[in-house]
Structures are given as C-alpha cells and as structure tokens.
Design a binder for this molecule. Structure first.
Ligand code: FES
Length: 154
C-alpha cells in the first residue's frame, strides 16, 4: 500500500494545488478509498494543510473514506444518469441503507459510492451491486433491489 502511494505521489509536483483532485482520485482508484494515512501523506507531499484536503475531499461525494462493505453499491452520477435524476436515487439509497455516499455502515455490510460513469449510459440511470449492473432504475426498482440486498445480508 505504501509503495503504491509513493508511486502515485511521485507523479504530482508539490505545491500544485490544482492537482489535488486528480491526485485524490488516483489514490482512491488504486487503493479503494482515502485513508487518514494517505491524506496525511498527500498533505506532507503537496504542502497543503490537512483541513484543506479534508475540506475538498468531503465536498465531492465521489470520495470514500472507509473500506468497502460486504455489499458495495455504486450509483452513477455521470451526465446521462444525472439527467435521469440519479440524485433522487442517491437520496433514497442513503435513506434505505442508512449510510452516506462515500461511507460504509458500521457493521461493514454496506458501502455506497458515487461514480462518474458505469459505461452503460443507454440504460441510465444505472447502479451496481458488487459489480452487477442494474439499469433503467426507478425509485421503486432501486428500492426493491436494495431491500433484497438487505435481506440477503442478514
Ligand atoms: S452516465 Fe451513468 S452509466 Fe454513463
């Protein structure tokens, strides 16, 4: 993990504040989430105060701070899915799963992640559960899928 982080950090010049989001995105892509340790390393390397980094990372709900849950739910907020009101689905998913986007439930069962495009725009809005895609989602359809997942997870 440390080696991966070092490799990523070396690609970004210290002090370049506009590189912060791409850097955090790359760390998340490679390690699955943003740990306190990796954020501290970013702060040291980029010479950006910790609170500034947390401020940026918490502003964008694409970032995850915990490890994935046993059931990892991804909701697409890419342009097409956004047009098809994926933001309403997100609110429902947060309520049903009792978890905020970018977080994992305390029992480790569920994690919810916002993603930019799941590559299935023709079936927008799209969500994935542990890599299985569900397209043409409505509030009702998504509710049924999530209730089934909750049932299985018991
Ligand atoms: S924008 Fe959602 S799948 Fe492409």
């Amino acid at each position: 993990m440390e080696e991966t982080l070092d490799k990523i950090l070396r690609k970004y010049s210290p002090g370049k504040k506009d590189a912060l989001i791409p850097l955090l995105q790359e760390i998340q892509r490679e390690t699955g989430h943003l740990s306190d340790g990796s954020i501290a390393e970013v702060s040291r390397h980029m010479n950006i105060p910790l609170n500034k980094i947390y401020g940026v990372a918490t502003f964008y709900d694409q970032f995850r701070f915990g490890t994935k849950g046993r059931y990892h739910i991804q909701l697409c907020r890419g342009t097409t899915c956004h047009v098809y009101r994926s933001s309403v689905l997100l609110k429902d998913a947060e309520r049903i799963l009792q978890v905020k986007a970018g977080q994992t439930t305390r029992d480790g069962k569920f994690s919810l992640e916002i993603v930019n495009c799941l590559g299935a725009c023709a079936n927008a809005p799209v969500m994935m559960v542990n890599g299985k895609a569900y397209g043409d989602m409505t509030r009702e359809k998504m509710g049924k899928v999530l209730m089934k997942v909750i049932e299985i997870a018991k």
